[in-house]
Structure formats: structure tokens, C-alpha cells
Write a new protein. Structure first.
Length: 245
């Protein structure tokens, strides 16, 4: 069974994290399928807005400690795969660890009033770096208190510091996110995408996020046809035949 489900509501792509038996924890398969989903969404001419939700009562418990992904960054919205289309999250229950990072990087977040947000790495003694760039997207003092204490952040406080857009009645986060997504999907796609692209390019990026974008660009070159052609031509002492990909 797929661990990431997709369906469509008109021009809205609905994505469901589908590991409810482990509270939608991130494992390598989920990262792989999320990356493929972002690639599909970015390339689609029909899909204009995306809404992400979790199966079951919890959005996501973060990393699966029994099946830990080594490349989780690739599954993050607006990071692994460049995308000018809006990506909205509907959070019920909790967004823990990677779930909180998703909220940071997504374009909009709608959360149930009884949901909470937890980033426990200061308590665990580990840190992957993405949250270090939070001041570009969150209030500095409120965000720093949340991350350094490792305390739970309730939905209302999350809204106050800019992590989420709206606090919704329990069980209604997805309905509200879908309502907003449908509204956006009904507007001019080129204008919507241009506004998001300009806004996202204006947001300051943390060091880890900058490095990820740089390494992604360098990896694309290293894995290209032209890189293989250049090396082959050098070995064979012949002129190169580059094709630009």
C-alpha cells in the first residue's frame, strides 16, 4: 500500500500521509513518495494548489525512529522540489519534528484548536539544521523560545508567532484548508504562481536551506549527460558533444 495517497478535487491536489499505524511517521518510503508527489505536482498543468493532511488523528509524529530516513529534506515542501504553486497543510492532532518543519516550509497551515506543535531536538541532543533558519519565517523571540525549550506549542500560540494561518475547530482543519485551496485554484494560475514565487524568493533562507539548494544544483550537474560526456571526451581525447542536459 502506498504511504502517500493522492486524489483530486477539481484543480486541487489532495495529498495524504498514509502511515496511521505509526502516526504517519517519516520513513524512507514516505520520503521517496513525497518527493515523487512534489515532482508530479510541480509539473502538472491541471493541479494548481495542493493540500496535505495526515491519515488518522495525528498529522505526523515526525521521524520514524525504527526506520529512519537519511534524506528527509527531499520530502519537504518548497525544498526538495522547486514549486511556484501554493502548498497548504491541514493539521489535526500534532505536527512533531519533521511535521513542524513542514509547517515552517509550507505556504499556509490550518490547524485544529486542540493540535500542538513540538520540535524536540534540544531534548534529544540531535539537530539536522533546517529549523535553524526559522527567523526568516517566524517571530524571532517566540520561535526561539519554542525551539530551545522543546515545549509543546499550542495552536493559538503557533498562530501568534506565524507558524500557522488559522485555528480551526477540531476535525475541521482539512475542510478549511480545502475551502481556501478551492478559492485560490479558481483564480488566475499565472498570477498566483508569480505572487508565490516572488514572495518565497524574498523570504530569508537559513544556511542549511541555502546549502541544500546549492548541493541540489551541483548534483544535477554531476548526474547530467553533459558531465558524463565531458569525462568521456577527455578520456578519449576527442571534442565534446554537449546537449545541455
Amino acid at each position: 500500500m502506498s504511504v502517500v495517497l493522492t486524489e483530486r478535487d477539481g484543480h486541487v491536489l489532495i495529498v495524504t500521509l498514509n502511515r496511521p499505524e505509526v502516526r504517519n511517521a517519516w520513513n524512507p518510503a514516505l520520503v521517496h513518495e513525497l518527493r515523487a508527489t512534489w515532482e508530479m505536482f510541480a509539473a502538472s498543468e491541471a493541479d494548481r494548489v495542493c493540500v496535505v493532511r495526515g491519515a488518522g488523528p495525528l498529522f505526523t509524529a515526525g521521524i520514524d525512529l525504527k526506520d529512519t530516513p537519511a534524506d528527509g529534506f527531499w520530502g519537504m515542501p518548497n525544498l526538495g522540489v522547486p514549486c511556484d504553486k501554493p502548498i497548504l497543510l491541514a493539521v489535526e492532532g500534532a505536527a512533531i519534528g519533521y511535521g513542524s518543519v513542514m509547517c515552517l516550509l509550507a505556504d499556509m497551515v490550518f490547524a485544529a484548536s486542540d493540535a500542538y506543535f513540538l520540535y524536540p531536538e534540544t531534548r534529544m541532543g540531535v539537530f539536522q539544521g533546517l529549523m535553524g533558519g526559522f527567523p526568516g519565517r517566524l517571530q524571532y523571540k517566540g520561535g526561539l523560545q519554542w525551539l530551545l525549550t522543546g515545549d509543546r506549542l499550542n495552536a493559538e500560540r503557533a498562530r501568534e508567532i506565524g507558524l500557522i494561518n488559522e485555528v480551526i475547530a477540531p476535525g475541521q482543519a482539512f475542510a478549511r484548508a480545502l475551502e481556501v485551496a478551492r478559492t485560490i485554484a479558481g483564480h488566475a494560475p499565472l498570477v498566483v504562481q508569480a505572487i508565490k514565487a516572488l514572495a518565497l524568493n524574498t523570504v530569508p533562507k537559513g544556511v542549511m536551506e541555502q546549502n541544500f539548494h546549492l548541493h541540489r544544483s551541483l548534483d544535477k550537474i554531476a548526474q547530467s549527460h553533459d558531465a558524463a560526456e565531458g569525462l568521456a571526451a577527455f578520456r578519449e581525447k576527442r571534442p565534446t558533444q554537449f546537449i545541455g542536459r
